[in-house]
Design a protein around this ligand. Structure first.
Ligand code: KG4
Ligand code: ZN
Length: 349
């Protein structure tokens, strides 16, 4: 049976997981650097790297303990090789390769965005293809045509800021802690609908591209001019969220129409957003299409999705290549198709 150790260090979270082909997810450890980011008003790559160095080995030890496994029982080490921040990526890659060298375990470089894209499979092992994937995170906003596992075509993406980054910036201006996506959504619940109406960027223009920097500037100006009481802040949070969600709904419907696909997949940190999940689910039910969304704990960065893709990309006689290579801009379009064999999957933690 194949047992994979997954290492995720593309950004600010250290994620370590162990996935077993027969028994499913045996351990999923995460260390979030939120206190550090809140203190510095965002991610500082050098500080993020140092925090990964401090946490990565203890997390691996504790994941192995959780899984009642020894490193010698691991068949391959899957590590995030990109896209992401170079310092954090190098730490994950070097740790994975070094462990592999010491214990003679092969390693598999994993694309972080493929990790997100396939994260719904941790719960539902069979996806229906072809499908449109909306990948929304702190670093990416992409619409992808997915023919099959490993066969990806980017239909549209943000020409400037990613949606998660925009959420975090607006949340910071509203006085919320980092990362702001979740807390902004909670604040938005107290908002009075239609007090503000914000633009839905790039929706009047044809095509599937996104842009969030204009919306960010627009909302920043409104915040600066508005009273600083909690109700006003909640009204702004609600209007911002509505504008982002409406933009995604319009673009997803457009992508489904253009491609004539009838299945949708939602992944990445921002896909933890309850309102967005609900609205897109309703739309797909109406269309009699399928929708795939990961459980909330697998939406934001985690080691489980990396270990899982490692399991899918595992091949017997894999070479124990010791070259440490990362690619901070690794595109999904550069990946190779995976021959996916059906297997049972059960989340047991
Ligand atoms: O995928 P992720 O963990 O990291 C990257 O790969 O970038 O995504 C993190 C992003 C942050 O910007 C965070 O604010 C956002 O996901 N996020 C949310 C929610 N939970 C996390 N945004 C909106 N609503 C949420 N509930
Ligand atoms: Zn991510």
């Amino acid at each position: 049976m194949i047992r994979i150790l997954g290492i995720e260090t593309s950004c600010d979270d250290t994620g370590i997981a162990i996935y077993d082909k027969k028994h499913g997810l045996l351990s999923n450890k995460i260390y979030k650097q939120n206190y550090l980011n809140t203190r510095h008003g965002g991610i500082i790559p050098e500080l993020a790297s140092r925090a990964h160095i401090n946490k990565i080995i203890p997390l691996i030890q504790s994941a192995l303990k959780d899984a009642q496994s020894k490193i010698q029982n691991i068949d391959a080490i899957a590590y995030t090789a990109g896209p992401g921040l170079s310092g954090p990526l190098i730490i994950g890659a070097t740790t994975g390769k070094t462990l592999g060298y010491i214990y003679n375990i092969p390693s598999i470089p994993i694309n972080h965005m493929e990790g997100h894209l396939l994260s719904p499979m941790l719960k539902i092992p069979e996806l229906s293809f072809p499908l449109i994937a909306l990948l929304i995170s702190g670093g990416h906003t992409q619409l992808i045509a997915v023919k099959n596992i490993g066969e990806y075509k980017i239909l549209g993406e943000s020409t400037d800021d990613a949606v998660g980054e925009t959420y975090d910036k607006i949340a910071k201006l509203l006085g919320l802690t980092y990362p702001g996506g979740k807390s902004l959504s909670i604040l938005a619940k107290q908002g009075i609908p239609k007090t503000y109406i914000f633009p839905k960027p790039m929706t009047k223009k044809e095509g599937l591209q996104f842009s969030f920097s204009g919306l960010k500037t627009y909302v920043t100006n409104i915040i600066q001019k508005s009273p600083k009481n909690i109700q006003t802040k909640a009204n702004i949070a609600l209007a911002f969220e509505e504008s982002v969600i409406d933009t995604f709904i319009i673009k997803c419907k457009r992508a489904l129409k253009i491609t004539k696909f009838n299945n949708l997949l939602l992944a990445g940190g921002v896909s933890a957003n309850k309102k967005l999940r609900k609205k897109l689910t309703k739309i797909m039910q109406k269309k009699m299409g399928k929708i795939f969304i990961a459980p909330t704990r697998f939406c934001t960065d985690n080691g489980a999705m990396i270990a899982y893709v490692g399991m899918l990309r595992f091949q017997k006689n894999i070479k124990n290549d010791l070259k440490i290579s990362i690619n901070t801009n690794w595109s999904l379009e550069e990946l190779s198709p995976i021959k996916h064999k059906k297997h049972s999957c059960n989340i047991i933690i």
